[in-house]
Design a protein. Structure first.
Lengths: 397, 263
């Protein structure tokens, strides 16, 4: 009862605070934290879902009206939640360490980027492209299918590999896709190389919704679909077969689990989520180039899955949220704050921050702070923020 | 009439070592035991029967169908399932989930059934769960359905492995030292259970076992392997008094302790 009151009060007050101070990073963090609290608090299920629905469907777009950057952050969070959930199937459930996951995101993104921009005219000739905006919805499924197919293509050669070997091959695969995107501007210009593709069409928005809100809602819709699919898979013979493969591959085979089919299915399912989000991403960004699909992105998504708790759906959601918010807001805000101190000429122990050499510029610490957070997390809570029910027990031993 | 399960001239080499040398073996019904000193090739034989190893020579047929070259999951689907010498449960899954994985080859649901949660899916899932609970009861693990496998006591883990193997509805069950590490009382209880399974389900069982009391008590036929070769076969009493068998186990009279290499 008390928790319910706290939950309602937190959401209401923090939303109000954001409306009052639309520029304060801390206040927006408070709002996000309140939703996180609602997500995990001991309150009636109905109240939980009602509060989350109000927070995500009503309050967030309103906040976005005051400060569109926050809506952008929320959309990014949505994109990464879907990616983390996809990778969670491959790594968390089936136990196949994939270090090139962002490749599937790239495949989805490029599938719409090529056909949704005038660039396709260079490949096919004529002037039939870009496709009309409504094709975007078709391409959400095309991206899904293409990424799933790419997942199977990756899966086939690595069926016999485990652990470290598998990780190395998937890492290579991720790089191959990026290098292909970088170099497939000759002899036929498919990807326009490092220059990237622009302008990528956007679909017409319903009810004259601004694009910020539109992409936010679409990302939210996809995330909900992904969560439902994920839960249904996990809670079925397919999910159990994946976990059996993770636990003991040989025993799983002997008990009648068709190894090849199940592994390919894991790769395809995981990849398909990334494919859909890739299509959304390319339309949202209007411009994409291979720089968006580097190895670091794959590692980032993996960090989300591990930070949240491998094999756990709430874990993947929270992990993706925390890492994205950390990267886009907290660390940026932190270095901005340090910069302000520096510009104001604040002195610490008789040393003026204004004399700091450029090598020590706060913006350069961002990755380091992120790294330190990851290391601390792994030392003090190795099972992740919301570990899967079973993993919790495994680590207790 | 041809046997339910038959293997002819099965040979398996690992590099220079011949682990199995032209082994013939057949099971019709009941319990057939395979015994032999360590390294005789008993588990290797099981690994060939279940498709985990490829045999170099010979043929294996199940219900007159050759099974060499089939994948392990295909062999399981045909009706052969096994347990492992060193328990290989899915340690971080619950007891009932372990059993449910064993049913995998009997589930005909596709991806779409899972994603749409249609009535067929829900009916199948609840039937499977009911069957799994029934199997746990049958092997004496009532009430442990939601216990994570690694937290079960040793004897229960052996029994859970048996339940998981039974979940695939096998006609032939391969048990690799099921009583290893059990007390005599636990072993007897398990043998009683196996006898019950043979009687009720018409199951055939191939048993690898070191506990001679168990072997003599439960077996219809006993096959003795030594150094990858079959050295004796017949009813338990007969095999027990076979001179070559005694020699393989105890060494030649007056020759001192026998030394082994390879294996």
């Amino acid at each position: 009862m008390i928790q319910s009151l706290i939950a309602v009060a937190l959401v209401a007050l923090s939303a109000l605070a954001v409306a009052t101070f639309p520029r304060s990073v801390l206040v927006f963090l408070l709002f996000q934290g309140s939703l996180l609290f609602v997500f995990k608090a001991r309150i009636p299920e109905r109240l939980r879902w009602a509060l989350l629905a109000i927070g995500l469907l009503v309050l967030m777009p309103v906040i976005g009206y005051f400060n569109s950057y926050y809506l952008e952050v929320a959309t990014q969070v949505g994109i990464f939640v879907a990616l983390a959930l996809g990778l969670n199937i491959v790594v968390g459930l089936a136990g196949l360490l994939d270090l090139g996951y962002v490749a599937f995101f790239a495949v989805g993104a490029y599938s719409w980027a090529i056909f949704g921009s005038p660039h396709a005219n260079i490949i096919f000739g004529g002037d039939g492209f870009p496709l009309a905006g409504w094709w975007f919805y078709v391409f959400l499924f095309v991206g899904l299918g293409t990424a799933a197919l790419t997942g199977i293509l990756l899966g086939l050669p690595v069926l016999r590999l485990h652990g470290d070997y598998l990780a190395i091959v998937t890492l290579g695969f991720g790089e191959v896709i990026r290098v292909l995107a970088n170099n497939l501007d000759k002899p036929i210009n498919f990807t326009n190389g490092p220059k990237g593709i622009t302008p990528i069409s956007r679909p017409p928005t319903p009810f004259g919704l601004p694009y910020g809100e539109y992409f936010y809602f679409l990302a939210l819709l996809i995330v909900v679909a992904v969560i439902i699919v994920n839960r249904r898979l996990e809670d079925s013979h397919i999910g159990r077969a994946w976990e059996a493969i993770r636990e003991d591959e040989l025993a799983a085979r002997a008990m009648g689990v068709p190894l090849v089919r199940m592994k390919l299915m894991a790769f395809a399912c995981g990849a398909s989520f990334a494919g859909v989000m890739g299509v959304l991403f390319s339309a949202k960004q209007v411009f994409i180039n291979p720089e968006s699909f580097t190895f670091l992105e794959s590692i980032g998504v993996l960090a989300m899955v591990i930070l949240g708790g491998m094999g756990s759906i709430p874990g993947a959601i929270v992990g993706a949220t925390v890492v994205t918010v950390l990267n886009l807001q907290v660390l940026k805000g932190f270095s901005l704050w340090l910069n302000e101190l520096k510009n104001a000429g604040v002195t610490v122990f008789g040393f003026s921050l204004a004399d700091l050499p450029t090598q020590f510029e706060p913006a350069k610490y961002e990755r380091m702070v992120f790294g330190i957070i990851l290391v601390l997390m792994m030392i003090f809570r190795p099972q992740g923020i919301f570990p899967a029910r079973r993993r919790q027990r495994e680590l207790a031993h | 009439m041809p046997s339910l399960f038959e293997c002819r001239g099965v040979t398996k080499r690992f590099g220079g070592l011949t682990a199995l040398h032209g082994v013939d073996f057949a099971v019709e019904r009941g319990v057939a035991s395979i015994i032999g000193p360590n390294g005789a090739g008993k588990t290797t034989l099981f690994n060939i029967f279940t498709g985990l190893y490829a045999a170099d020579e010979g043929s294996v047929t199940f219900r007159e169908r050759p099974i060499l070259g089939l994948r392990p999951d295909q062999i399981t689907a045909l009706g052969i399932c096994r347990t492992f010498q060193n328990i290989r449960l899915f340690a971080n899954m619950t007891a009932i989930e372990n059993v449910l994985v064993g049913m995998n080859s009997r589930i005909s649901l596709g991806l779409w059934d899972v994603l749409s949660r249609n009535p067929g899916f829900r009916r199948t899932e609840s039937e499977l769960a009911a069957r799994a609970v029934g199997l746990l009861d049958r092997v004496g693990l009532s009430g442990t359905a939601n216990v994570v496998a690694r937290n079960l006591p040793y004897g229960d883990r052996r029994r859970l492995e048996l339940a998981r193997a039974l979940a695939s509805e096998p006609a032939l069950l391969l048990l690799d030292e099921p009583t290893a590490g059990m007390t005599q009382g636990e072993a007897s209880a398990l043998m009683h259970l196996l006898r019950g399974l043979v009687a009720d389900l018409g199951l055939a069982i191939i048993l690898i076992e070191h506990n001679m009391r168990v072997v003599m008590e439960v077996s219809d036929r006993v096959t003795v392997l030594d150094h990858g070769e079959k050295i004796a076969e017949g009813p338990p009493r007969e095999v027990q008094s076979n001179a070559r068998v005694i020699e393989a186990y105890l060494g030649k009279r007056g020759a001192g302790p026998r030394t082994r290499s390879g294996a």
